[in-house]
Design a protein around this ligand. Structure first.
Ligand SMILES: NC(=O)c1ccc[n+]([C@@H]2O[C@H](COP(=O)([O-])OP(=O)(O)OC[C@H]3O[C@@H](n4cnc5c(N)ncnc54)[C@H](OP(=O)(O)O)[C@@H]3O)[C@@H](O)[C@H]2O)c1
Length: 245
């Protein structure tokens, strides 16, 4: 990809910064992050990247970010909805207040924010000759891990809506890409004890598939998870949820 205006959420860490690093030399990359410390670190590591301070759960922040991008660049070629959060789910032992907080937070970041940011970006996407909306969901949108139950549900929700958005914007010639990562080595997966894909390898696979025109990307272990979920859903659930989870 070359000479594009790319906007990414949560570009300061993990999968986000791995994508940013592979795009920043040939494109104009704008990252939306909410933490001052992370923005400072991103600017130090990737001086070419433009940072906008924004919490993706704040309607005002998203509106201001889009207005700022319009003023500076006039259009968006690629919008990458990457920011995400997950919390451990313990239905039996968690206090109700913690469950309420976690469910609300996960849905706001993983589900509501990509829909609303994509909607706000529509006028700028329409000014691109080849507009693309990317949604980073999860392989766990196909089959839930019980101890991440509400995170998986938020990813299943955005997985379904992504199909609907793709269908509805097809006539506008806007490409909608869903990326379903396996376990990738980032802060988000720090407690996972299974094999993890390095974030830079993941970013390269994603960008190669994007260039080839793939719109549904089942990357790494997600490819077999998707097949199991369709043909052997109970087995898939058991495989992911061995005793203790
Ligand atoms: N790593 C995996 O194994 C894996 C697997 C499947 C899917 N994914 C998905 O991949 C995406 C990237 O995750 P990652 O693994 O790279 O995790 P990560 O390193 O934790 O990065 C997530 C980024 O999103 C930002 N973010 C979260 N909430 C935000 C908000 N309200 N406003 C602005 N930024 C916010 C975080 O910043 P703060 O510190 O400020 O919260 C962080 O910089 C997520 O959507 C995740 O669900 C990851």
């Amino acid at each position: 990809m070359k000479n594009k205006i790319v906007v990414i959420t949560g570009g300061a860490t993990g999968i986000g910064i791995a994508i940013v690093k592979q795009l920043m030399n040939d494109n104009k990359v704008v990252s939306l992050d909410r933490s001052d410390a992370k923005i400072t670190a991103l600017k130090a590591a990737c001086p070419k990247v433009e940072s906008i301070k924004a919490d993706v759960t704040s309607n005002t922040d998203l509106t201001n970010a889009i207005a700022h991008i319009e003023k500076l660049h006039g259009k968006i070629d690629v919008l990458i909805n990457n920011a995400g959060k997950g919390s451990n789910f313990d239905f039996v032992n968690s206090p109700e207040s913690k469950l309420a907080e976690d469910v609300t937070m996960e849905m706001a970041i993983n589900y509501t924010a990509p829909i609303l940011l994509s909607k706000k970006a529509m006028p700028l996407l329409k000014k691109s000759s080849e507009p693309i909306i990317v949604i980073i969901s999860s392989g766990l949108a196909y089959v839930p891990m019980a101890f991440l139950g509400t995170y998986c549900a938020s990813k299943a929700a955005i997985h379904f809506v992504t199909m609907s958005i793709r269908h509805q914007v097809a006539a506008l010639k806007i490409r909608v890409v869903e990326v379903l990562p396996p376990v990738v080595d980032t802060d988000l997966s720090k407690d996972a004890t299974i094999a993890k894909m390095p974030a830079d390898k993941f970013a390269k696979i994603f960008l190669d598939k994007l260039a080839k025109g793939e719109d549904i990307m089942n990357i790494g272990q997600t490819a077999s998870l998707e097949k199991f979920s369709r043909f052997l859903p109970k087995t898939a659930f058991k495989m992911l949820n061995k005793a203790g989870n």
